[in-house]
Design a binder for this molecule. Structure first.
Ligand code: HH2
Length: 283
């Protein structure tokens, strides 16, 4: 399996694939787990360097919180937060950098600065324009399944056939992206933990990531510190490390390719053990 980003190719062996870790840098005032800490380019770049030193294979930089209930941020404000931080990070680290945005204008500016991939949590809900921007720059594109919008998605999520609907939604998004000129090898897919999902939906998706293998694309998942862990353990985001490690471990067993997380060092160590168990002789 391969994922072609701009100027970089990520590769997973058919046997014993090594799961890659994507470290999160949120240049936002209000992200649920780390809002306000990395708004300044220097602080964000320091954090990026630390995540890479802890073992991040790539970074995801965002400037709009998509936590449940979050208000939309205008493109000029998102760009004004994102671009100085991104520029500094690109000059500081030497791994691929993804930008977490759904806005074509913001993505275009970020890709002009040298970002390698766009991470769209809406899965091209607004149409093919964002994908066309990625195609023009030869950038990678992560497509995330979301039911509703961040403002409404957790009101009453409902599925008649969870795995079938998430898979079909992602397949449709992949078709839109390819129709806009994105190479299939440049696309990865994500079931969207917490994006229009109940706790039970999130648990089933993590357990059954294998249901997305039929899409033939690398699978990305982002359980890090999310509210399903808070619901199970009754702890705030800062105390969700153990829950995050458990979710990541199960995702490794279920065939994930990329994990989007805040706690890179701890996840890297947990993943190494989970991979060793996955690859051990069965008896
Ligand atoms: N989750 C969040 C943001 N971006 N991207 C992908 N591909 N998958 C995810 O699950 C995902 C994502 C939400 O987490 P975070 O960035 O930590 O919080 P906030 O949206 O409040 O900034």
């Amino acid at each position: 399996m391969r994922l072609r980003l701009r100027g970089v190719e990520l590769e997973w062996a058919a046997e014993r694939p090594r799961v890659l870790v994507m470290g999160i840098v949120n240049a936002t005032p209000d992200s649920f787990a780390d809002g306000g800490r990395y708004l300044e380019p220097a602080a964000a770049a320091r954090h990026a360097r630390r995540l890479v030193a802890e073992g991040a294979d790539l970074l995801d930089v965002g400037a709009e919180s998509t936590r449940p209930g979050a208000p939309p941020v205008p493109a000029d404000e998102e760009g004004a937060r994102l671009l100085p931080v991104l520029e500094r990070i690109l000059a500081t680290v030497d791994c691929p950098v993804s930008v977490d945005t759904s806005k074509p204008a913001v993505a275009d500016a970020a890709l002009r600065l040298g970002a390698h991939m766009v991470n769209d949590v809406t899965g091209l809900a607004a149409g093919p324009e964002l994908a066309a921007v990625c195609a023009r720059h030869g950038a990678g594109l992560a497509l995330v399944h979301m039911q509703g919008t961040p403002r409404t998605m957790q009101v009453a999520p409902h599925y008649d056939d969870l795995l079938g609907e998430v898979r079909a939604g992602l397949a449709a998004a992949v078709d839109v992206a390819v129709g806009a000129g994105v190479a299939p090898e440049a696309i990865c897919v994500d079931p969207g933990i917490g994006f229009g999902k109940t706790v039970a939906h999130n648990l089933t998706l993590l357990k059954r990531l294998d249901a997305l293998q039929a899409l033939g694309r690398p699978i990305l998942v982002g359980p890090s510190r999310k509210s399903f862990i808070g619901a199970l353990l009754d702890v705030p985001p800062a105390e969700r490390l153990e829950g995050t490690l458990a979710a990541c471990t199960v995702a490794v067993t279920a065939g994930v390719h990329l994990l989007r997380v805040h706690d890179v060092g701890a996840v890297r160590r947990a993943v190494r053990v989970a991979e060793a168990i996955r690859d051990a002789p069965a008896g």
